[in-house]
Design a protein around this ligand. Sequence first.
Ligand code: AMP
Ligand code: GLY
Length: 371
Amino acid sequence: MKVLLVGGGGREHALAWKLAQSPLLTRLIAAPGNPGIARHAECIPIKDVAVDEQVALARRERVDLVVIGPEMPLSLGLADRLAEAGIAVFGPSQAAARIESSKAFAKDLMARYGIPTARFETFQEAASARRFCRTLGAPLVVKTDGLAAGKGAIVCRTLDEADAAIGLCLDAKSFGAAGATVVIEEFMEGEEASFFVLTDGAAALPLESAQDHKTIFDDDRGPNTGGMGAYSPAPVVDEAMSRRVMEEIVAPTIAAMAKEGAPFAGVLYVGLMIDRRGPRVVEFNCRFGDPECQAILPRLDEDLLPLFDAVARTAWREGRVVTAGGRVIGVQALGPDIRTAIARAYAGVERIHFAGMQFRRDIGRRAVERA
Ligand code: AMP
Ligand code: GLY
């Protein structure tokens, strides 16, 4: 199979590394790719968001399958355009990608279908938004409706912080159109985990869990980023929790999307907050996480290419995936246990030096504390 991989981040590097191991692969093209990806694929300098050029490339190269890594081209309708051109594509339609590209859509869907999530309301006007904050009380979370590269969720410890965050979105328009609508929601306590599922829009196959570290500084301090580091599996997601997430969240969400006329086919990322009562949804994403993907893929024995292909084409057979055992640079390491994996990863980090280098020293510490 000739495959085009769209994207150029660490996530796409992990995908390229994994796809390159498939015996079914005959040629891998990446657009735009990056120097790491170039070890596994021929890189063509076309931006992931250049929809027309990506479609033209897929046609010209007569690829059998396109795998789309990032959310931005999905939210721009790249999957739809490829499908219209008769090209098989792994990645959801523009309508299905709204589960990530509009938090207001995702929250409304969850409310209407009884999918557990934080209490919320949606606003376009600052005064009523600030009034709702008074009914919720602090802490609370102010979120831009649209995509903001992982920076659109502002956790507010006080009502003053909430007022400022609302001002930033609705008055100063700091996030542009993405922040013209905000979702304000209750702050959830608990343990966070990212949970990944492959789905063709009807059946669902759980892949693996991971834990991302979103704030810029150690000990979960500072503003949120797209993710500073990740490890897999997340200890809170044991077998029983995985089953609950599939039953209480994933199955109803996939059914809801189909019922809404926007069946979701691709990889569904479920951001979870887990407490004693069970799992609740923090957010949905319409793609693999970055950097979670880099932590998960080395643990999968299964060849992903036939699974991606099945999702892209026909209804698929129920399968089973077996597990073995903004970033400038990502360092990955496997180990028989989390301590060893951390030690090996940080041994790698010690060899990297550049001006302004910023990294967290506590990636995976939670898992050690729980071990
Ligand atoms: P999001 O962009 O929605 O994934 O939010 C980014 C991060 O903000 C999450 O990974 C959480 O750490 C935090 N966060 C978002 N919403 C909530 C919430 N309702 N309660 C607690 N933390 C949240
Ligand atoms: N690491 C968080 C994300 O990919 O959205």
